[in-house]
Design a protein around this ligand. Sequence first.
Ligand SMILES: Cc1ncc(COP(=O)(O)O)c(C=O)c1O
Length: 365
Amino acid sequence: MKVPFFGNDRQFKNLEDIIHETSKRVWLTGQYLNGPDISHFEESLAKFTNRRFALTLGSCTDALTYALLALKLPAGSEVLVTNFSFLSSATAILKAGLKPIFCDIDPETMMVTSQIFQESITPKTKAILSVSLFGSLTDCENIESLCKERGISLIEDAAQSFGAKRSGRMAASFGEASAISFDPTKLLHGTGAGGALLTDNEELYLFAKSLRLHGRDERGNFIRLGDKSLLSSHDGAIMNEKLKLLPMWIKRRQDIAKRYTSALKESKILKTQHIPNDVHSTFHKFVILCNSQESRDALKNHLKEKDILTRIHYPKTISEEELFKEANGITPIAYEQTKRVLTLPLFQELTDEEVDYVCAALAEF
Ligand SMILES: Cc1ncc(COP(=O)(O)O)c(C=O)c1O
């Protein structure tokens, strides 16, 4: 049996009728950027995340960059960020003319916690960019309180946590602004790149809105240097339909995660990402931590021989990339975990037989 890593083709087959119908409707509107399909999707996103404003953009990286630019911090101000994530969490900081300071992660949750941020704050820290990974949520509420107490800004990278909750509070509802991604590897996606910024702050929203269209303000005047960073009406309309299915998809993902977790329960060499009791994870990714690089590589090969595809999130810390060679921050746990992590295939369209097959292969290992 072959178990693929992604199931986008299967998702399309399941939703073919809705997608064709929606697609045809949008083609017939003749309005492929902006317009009512984008406004409707933005309203749905704001409602879903309990934010006042949602702004769709060309990517999550743009959403993070615009949120940081909107803070209007002096050039070179320091921003704390994890060293264990996709690199855009940190490139957004560079793009906004700020300085990333890398923080280490908690070895159990694989994310930076409020405690770690607290220990990393210096008088030069002006903002925190908090990243929640793999469908879980770090202790965002404590991070939010910490930022308020210390008078620093908080931007939430919810690219991977969209749809998750912690103590009943939705991901993408923390801090001055949050960013989500509609990349095809993410829970909610269309056919191309895309992202959104969520905020309760009208001024921040209008600033980011101007940046997405060449710096144009609400009256149509070009008042600052901007980009063209828009989501297509087609993708917005399709995602508006898919958003209704998200709770059902998350439930299926949680069921699969439960079965993987129980298959790994007795293992002395493989551990799962720790999900705190008050977190309702979407299991955007199912990442396991092996006891050594050798066992990780052996497991990867074992699964490959069984035609089960896996990936590594992340094979390097961000600061190991050439682009960040000047950056500061000592992060031994993040570095060590890059050698030991392995991501199993987990998407809602996996069949029960495929899940059993993966569980059996894990048990055999
Ligand atoms: C944690 C995290 N932040 C930011 C991004 C960037 O998203 P986008 O590709 O939409 O810019 C990603 C995408 O992989 C991500 O996983």
